[in-house]
Design a protein around this ligand. Structure first.
Ligand code: FES
Length: 101
């Protein structure tokens, strides 16, 4: 794992998310009660949980078939037990948003 800059600071409005591609991976960054970074690809049928996923509190809803994930842990909340999206450490520095990937 190594820290990589993923975006400029201020790129993601409060209460919103964005999807980035880095190192061949799609990563969702959420700016909701702090910043959170997860794999962006839904385990159901590869929908992107950002930026169209609806955010309510700690939960994001996949826009394709409405499966739900905890944005702080990556945990899937429907249907399958013990399934998680990969979570990444995130750091907001003066010059941008970094994740450990
Ligand atoms: S692809 Fe996400 S719920 Fe189906």
């Amino acid at each position: 794992m190594a820290w990589k800059k993923i975006a400029e600071k201020g790129t993601i409005q409060s209460g919103k998310s964005k999807e980035f591609e880095i190192g061949g991976k799609k990563i969702a960054i959420f700016n909701q009660d702090g910043y959170h970074a997860l794999d962006s690809v839904c385990v159901h049928q590869d929908g992107s949980i950002a930026p169209e996923g609806k955010i309510e509190g700690d939960i994001v809803e996949c826009p394709l078939h409405f499966w739900h994930y905890n944005i702080k842990t990556g945990e899937l909340l429907d249907y399958l037990k013990g399934v998680k999206l990969q979570k990444y450490e995130i750091d907001i520095k003066d010059d941008g948003i970094y994740i450990d990937i």
